[in-house]
Design a binder for this molecule. Sequence first.
Ligand SMILES: C[S@@+](CC[C@H](N)C(=O)[O-])C[C@H]1O[C@@H](n2cnc3c(N)ncnc32)[C@H](O)[C@@H]1O
Length: 267
Amino acid sequence: MELNRALWDAWAEDHFGSGFYGVERFRAGESTLPDFDIEGAGPVAGRRLLHLQCHFGLDTLSWTRLGAEATGLDFSPKAIGLARRLVEDCGLRTRFVCANVYDAASALDGERFPVVVSTAGVLPWLPDIPRWAAVAASVLEPGGLFYLREFHPVSQVFCPTSDSPAAPRLRYPYFPTGAPVREPAEASYGGAAAVAGGTSCEWPHSLGEVIQSLLDSGLRLDAIREFPFTTYRAYPWLEEGTDGRWRWPGDQSPLPLMYSLRCRAPG
Ligand SMILES: C[S@@+](CC[C@H](N)C(=O)[O-])C[C@H]1O[C@@H](n2cnc3c(N)ncnc32)[C@H](O)[C@@H]1O
C-alpha cells in the first residue's frame, strides 16, 4: 500500500490538470456523478455522506452540490491537498480526511453515516476485502446504506493492449490469490504519465469475494446491477457512445464491464 500511495500522490497532480477529470468543467458547475450513482445512493440532500477513496474529491464535491453533508477520505496527501484547494476555490462545505481506508473508523473519531459510497477503481488497491467490508459496516449508522460501484472483475482479466475484441488475451487472475499483481507504474487511465521507478500493486477480487465479505460483515444485500458499459476506455476496442460510455463493439456486450451493489446495515 505504501508503493500505491506514492503512485497516487504522483497521479493526483497529473489528474488534476487532465481533460479526463475536467476540473475546469467542474469549477464551471458540472457534476461528475453519473445518473446510476445518484440513483444507487438514493436521496442525499441534508444527509451526512461518507465517500471512501475519494481521490481529489470531484465526486465528493458533486455530492455536496446535491445537498449532502459530504466527507471524502483518501490516503493520498497530495489528493487530499488538491481536494481542499477545490473546497476553497468553489466555496463548498465539504470535509476531506487523509487516512488509509482501513483506519477510517479512528480517523473519523467513530462517526457513523447514513450513507457511505465508494466508486470506480477502489477495490483492486486493497489487499484484504473482508477487512474492508468490516470497515464499511463500522462507519454506517444502523439502517444506513452502503453503495459500491466498481469495474467488473470479469472485465479486468485481459491484457489492456490486446488488439482484438474477438480474441482478448488473458493476463490477470479473476480469483483472489492473496498476492498483489506488481507492475511498473504505466501511464494511468486518467492521462497521468508513467511514474519513473514507480510500482503499482493491485489485488484481484472476485465478485463472490466482495459480496460474501459484505454479507459476513453483517450488511444485507438489497440490490446488485451489472452494466454492459464502462466509463473509460479500458480496452482499445471499446467504442464510445453518444452518452460518453464505452461499450464492447456489436449489438451486445459479451461481458459485464461494471457492477453496483446496495447494502443496508441492520437496525
Ligand atoms: C481510481 S481512484 C478512485 C477514483 C475516484 N472514483 C474518482 O473518480 O475520482 C482510487 C483512489 O483510491 C485511493 N486509495 C488507494 N488505496 C487506498 C487506501 N488503502 N486507503 C485510502 N485510499 C486509497 C487512491 O489514493 C485513489 O485516490
